[in-house]
Design a protein around this ligand. Structure first.
Ligand code: ZN
Ligand code: ZN
Length: 443
């Protein structure tokens, strides 16, 4: 990602060149913005954890109902589906996610969250919209307002969904399993955006044709051994040494077995064993995150992990009944694929609307997004696109450029995006994509 900052002159030239329809949509949005920012600050101050987004869902469901959508709540536990039928035409689904994170906010914003919650772990924590899902929701409502006002400019079926539990990677699947594509019109197109802590001015749109985000697998390995006294290792089978060998050998799956042209990651994020200096334990536990793009690459990594764990245990002299146990968490978050032609078509519309300086192709990342599930559930029918909107405030960008100060990442307790730019860009982008995909036929 390069740092590209439009000059004032370039921005002025763009404003002059902006087509009339863009000006029209933008003018309506400008009127809505103060109220949308009020909504944003309210959402930001009251985040809720995954699958607990009940107040958020109720608040937004009411707004959608007031706009004339047919609204169904509690789809996939806390999800909300809003449908607006407007004549013959394609079905377009727009999505925003609703959940906050167990993070104690440290932005110092006047509307910072002071909410707390007790997640499944049992430890009470602060809750924060540290991933920016509040910007997604405010932008989503902005788009809903623009489209509801402009029913004479589009034709088709608009399905707008508020998804729970993106952070667990489970919310999209929960909605699909609750009949999203059976109880409601199945989309031809699915579109969403995510804010980004990117080295580009706030409001810059990044898009990635093809694979955009990775398969995310969580893998647990229980390494067994034979415990004993630390002074007499020859009477034991030390699981710490064995697990260490496994950790090192796992790195060769990516470096020696996977194609260098096919991105892959195996990270051992947690390694726990033992209780005391002089005791050799009888177990070690490893927790891994495994990232890939294609199904083939995912299988290669997961099979490799199982083989390496077993092979190292055999080399350590462990009997069959003490082989390591490898568990792959189910379900996993599949990779997100932006249909290249579709992504390019929408990006062209965005470029025309926002100008070349604000729309650019960004490289894929190894993070995950369960938005992928909406395409994966019906890959022959649903074309999907998720795009990024930079939320990086001016001062952070200047500190990066001048002092090399790193940007806070999403999920950081310090992530305070330039929400106004993200919400305005998100609302206009979602609405214009829907208008582009559902043109009014016959004038
Ligand atoms: Zn997140
Ligand atoms: Zn997120």
């Amino acid at each position: 990602m390069s740092i590209i900052r439009p000059t004032a002159a370039a921005l002025l030239a763009l404003a002059v060149a902006t087509p009339a329809a863009a000006q029209d949509l933008r003018a309506s949005l400008a009127e809505d913005m103060p109220e949308l920012m009020e909504l944003y600050r309210d959402l930001h101050a009251h985040p809720e954890l995954s699958f607990e987004e009940t107040e958020t869902a109720a608040k937004l469901a009411k707004r959608m109902r007031d706009l004339g959508f047919e609204v169904t709540e509690k789809v996939g536990r806390t999800g909300v589906v809003s449908v607006m039928k407007n004549g013959e035409g394609p079905t377009v689904m727009l999505r925003a996610d609703m959940d906050g994170l167990p993070v104690v906010e440290q932005t110092g914003l006047p509307y910072a969250s002071t909410e707390t919650a007790t997640p499944a772990s049992g430890v009470t924590t602060g809750v924060m919209h540290a991933c920016g899902h509040d910007t997604h929701m405010a932008g989503f409502i902005g788009a809903a307002q623009l489209l509801a006002e402009r029913k004479d400019e589009w034709q088709g079926t608009l399905v707008m969904i508020l998804q729970p539990a993106e952070e667990l990677g489970l919310g999209a699947l929960a909605m699909l399993e609750d009949g999203l594509y059976q109880r409601f019109p199945k989309p031809d197109y699915a579109v969403a955006f995510h804010d980004a802590a990117a080295p580009a001015p706030a409001g810059t749109i990044g898009f990635t044709p093809g694979y955009a985000l990775a398969n995310v697998d969580s893998v647990d390995i229980t390494v067994k051994g034979v415990g004993g006294h630390g002074a007499y290792p020859h009477t034991t089978r030390d699981p710490v040494v064995l697990a260490s060998a496994i950790v090192m050998k796992l790195q060769t799956i990516v470096s020696r077995e996977s194609s260098p042209l096919d991105p892959a990651v195996i990270t051992v994020g947690s390694f726990h064993a033992g209780a005391k200096h002089n005791i050799i334990s009888d177990e070690a536990k490893l927790q891994l995150t495994v990232r890939s793009y294609s199904d083939e690459s995912r299988n290669l990594l997961l099979e490799g992990i199982k083989r390496v764990a077993r092979g190292e245990a055999i080399a350590a002299g462990l009997p069959d009944e003490l082989m390591p146990v490898v568990t792959v968490e189910d379900p996993y978050t599949p990779s997100t694929y932006n249909d290249p032609e579709f992504a390019t078509e929408i990006a062209a519309e965005f470029t025309q609307r926002f100008g070349e300086d604000r729309v650019m192709e960004w490289p894929a990342v190894m993070g995950g997004e369960d938005f992928s599930q909406f395409r994966r559930a019906a890959p022959d029918d649903v074309k999907s696109l998720i795009f990024w909107i930079s939320g990086t405030p001016e001062d952070m960008l200047t500190a990066l450029e001048e002092e090399g100060k790193p940007l806070p990442s999403l999920h950081s307790p310090f992530w305070a995006p330039d929400a106004e730019k993200v919400v305005a860009t998100g609302a206009e982008a979602l609405a214009s994509a829907a208008l582009e995909l559902m043109p009014r036929s016959g004038g």
